[in-house]
Design a protein around this ligand. Structure first.
Ligand code: DGY
Length: 324
């Protein structure tokens, strides 16, 4: 008998087809958000699952699934999974690093350019029929070329964001707990600086670090106060890294020029204060959302699950202790 698995959110039919070659699949093509209780019910008789960043794989969920052996996230971030609880229960957990770096870096740039040149507000104004004629002094934005690009969190996605800065002849600085080796810094044309210097000098600050209790509100009122009033903040990482209330206040008072945001505290709900601002570009957590990349993410997660449940070490194992 094939092992039973859950696919917790809607994925492409090709992914279900591939999984069905190996497993008896309980899918969720209706894309209901299962939540903790739903996951507990659907995972109780499963050996594995493909999960998304929206699925809370808590200690309670894991405890309710005695036959569970593998949780394979189709996301690079895994703050939805209680990794310690997985390890204690001998459940391997995996993510999808590598396949979404360029697509997510592209979205960081889309938001950066949108906020720099005030595109969302200008488009709303045009659509509202408010454009009465061309004016010399109209919708003035910020220059991107030759500006300073700052990156907080210099993993693979951060480096992909940095490399794109070369096309705009930007000065690139970054802060990361661990400094990159010299060859990688050279490839990104990036210089390591301490966090305060990064905040003070960046014209565009892109956040690309994982969410954890240690990074909760790592950008709050004090950090925003260090930034230039002409600067822009771009968050493509996770909600909760930025104190949204403090950000709204800085943007409202023009202590910060603009922001481009793909993620929010408590999403899909978000602080309605953002809607009153004309200096933000907002996106609904679509960093990795191109068809090719989402397909690659789901197929990577499927590969991990197939490996884990056939006794092979999954390629993107997050908790080697569970494997041992
Ligand atoms: C990721 O891969 O972590 C993206 O944010 C999608 O959830």
């Amino acid at each position: 008998m094939k092992p039973r698995i859950l696919v917790a959110r809607e994925v492409f039919p090709e992914v279900i087809d591939r999984l069905q070659e190996h497993f008896e699949v309980d899918d969720n093509q209706a894309d209901l958000v299962l939540g903790g209780e739903g996951l507990k019910a659907r995972l109780a008789d499963k050996a594995g699952a493909l999960t998304a960043a929206t699925d809370p794989v808590t200690a309670e969920v894991i405890a309710a699934a005695p036959g569970l052996k593998a949780i394979c996230n189709f996301a690079v971030g895994y703050n939805n999974i209680d990794l310690a609880a997985c390890t204690r229960a001998g459940v391997v957990a995996t993510n999808t690093p590598g396949v979404l770096d360029d697509t997510t870096a592209d979205l960081a740039w889309a938001l950066l350019m949108a906020t720099a040149r005030r595109l969302p507000a200008a488009e709303r104004w045009l659509r509202n029929g408010e454009w009465k004629g061309w004016q010399f002094i109209q919708w003035l934005g910020s220059d991107i070329h030759h500006a300073t690009l700052g990156i907080l969190g210099m993993g693979r996605i951060g480096q992909a964001v940095a490399r794109r800065g070369a096309g705009f002849e930007m000065k690139v600085i970054y802060h990361n707990r661990t400094r990159l080796p010299a060859d990688k810094e050279a490839a990104c044309r990036a210089r390591w600086v301490d966090k305060d210097t990064l905040l003070r000098e960046a014209d565009f600050l892109v956040l690309v670090l994982p969410y954890s209790p240690a990074t909760h509100h790592i950008i709050g009122a004090a950090e925003l106060a260090l930034m230039k009033p002409t600067a822009h903040l771009i968050n493509i990482a996770r909600g909760g890294i930025v104190d949204d209330e403090a950000l709204i206040s800085a943007l409202r008072q023009r202590r910060l020029s603009g922001a481009g945001l793909d993620v929010f505290e408590g999403e899909p709900k978000f602080n309605p204060g953002f809607l009153e601002l004309d200096n933000v570009a907002l996106a609904p957590h679509i960093g990795s959302s191109s068809r090719a990349t989402r397909m690659a993410m789901a197929m990577t997660a499927a590969d991990n699950l197939i490996a884990a449940l056939s006794g092979q070490r999954p390629p993107n194992l997050l908790n080697p202790d569970a494997w041992r």
